[in-house]
Design a protein around this ligand. Structure first.
Ligand code: HH2
Length: 291
């Protein structure tokens, strides 16, 4: 079996669209090859799509289009994490997220919520979300407790620093060893505390220079050789501008796809994308071309 046709599993402590119940009382979502996590930012200020889905009907329309295109997971965000972003209070984030989650909860797609705040995660999971995507890598023990109690798996992402300052002067002795080491240690800690499963994400663009990002992307195979499914999320990020001269973030889908097809060949279980339909199409074609 090649890396692009490998089978991946994510375990949940409660029922989830598409997941099968197991004898241990848990539900397993299984897929083959690299699936797409579609991005739905319901924020006024996200770096490439801020304000586009702020109205509920626009958000639901975009979500349903991604679902129909074949994404496995929708990742809904109510706070921008772009470099320099100002934090928003939990109640503002919840006001943005909850109507979208409630409307989509019965619609047959797995819902991830992109949040750094345990109280937002708890409210989102109560409203029907299934998975928590925390760019701080569940460093807050309260976030671990919330996920464990709700039976929700989590995406553990690596970030050096915090969004407001992370791009100032990131320094590593060995970026691949440090990032992979952090992810493996966090995975063990979080699973031991009762979170049913984890996705691992090296956090492209989060406290990393272009060279750091490239080293991590080239080493994706080392992370996918481990026990946990890996998510790569480079969609429309600034490294594409550095590599190909595309200052307008909304024009970076071709570069995003190039990175994500590379990640798929290195065994990534998921790629997180704004152009979800384009990614589903390209990944299906790539998988068919594998010997
Ligand atoms: N990147 C962003 C947001 N969430 N989550 C994970 N797991 N990995 C990432 O690399 C990641 C993420 C930033 O992208 P986006 O959501 O498009 O923008 P913003 O944070 O400005 O809303």
């Amino acid at each position: 079996m090649t890396r692009t046709t490998r089978t991946h599993t994510l375990t949940f402590g409660r029922p989830v669209p598409g997941a099968e119940p197991g004898p241990d009382g848990r539900w397993r979502l299984t897929w083959t090859g690299t699936a797409v996590m579609g991005i739905l930012n319901v924020t006024p200020d996200s770096f490439s799509d801020g304000g586009k889905h702020a109205a509920l009907d626009a958000a639901l329309h975009a979500a349903r289009r991604m679902r129909d295109a074949g994404v496995l997971i929708l990742d809904i965000g109510g706070e921008s994490t772009r470099p320099g972003a100002d934090p928003v209070p939990a109640h503002t984030e919840l006001d943005r997220l909850l109507p979208v989650i409630r409307a989509l909860a019965g619609e047959g797609v797995v819902l991830s919520v992109d949040t750094m705040k345990p109280e937002v995660a708890a409210g989102a999971l109560r409203a029907g979300a299934h998975l928590i995507n925390d760019v701080t890598g569940l460093r807050d023990p309260e976030m671990v407790r919330v996920c464990a109690e709700a039976g929700a798996p989590a995406c553990v992402m690596h970030m050096q620093g915090e969004p407001r300052t992370m791009q100032k002067n990131p320094v590593y002795a060995d970026v691949v060893a440090e990032v992979h080491g952090f992810l493996r240690a966090q995975a063990a800690r979080v699973l031991a505390a009762g979170v049913p499963d984890v996705l691992l994400d090296p956090g492209i663009g989060f406290g990393k220079t272009l060279e750091h990002n490239l080293a991590l992307l080239r080493a994706t195979h080392a992370l996918t050789a481990g026990l946990h499914p890996v998510l790569i999320a480079a969609s429309r990020k600034r490294l594409i501008d550095y590599l190909a001269g595309v200052p307008d973030a909304a024009q970076r889908d071709p570069g995003s796809l190039a990175i994500h097809l590379h990640a798929a060949r290195q065994g990534a279980a998921l790629v997180r994308a704004h152009d979800a339909a384009g990614h589903v199409q390209a990944l299906r074609v790539q998988a068919a071309l594998e010997p």
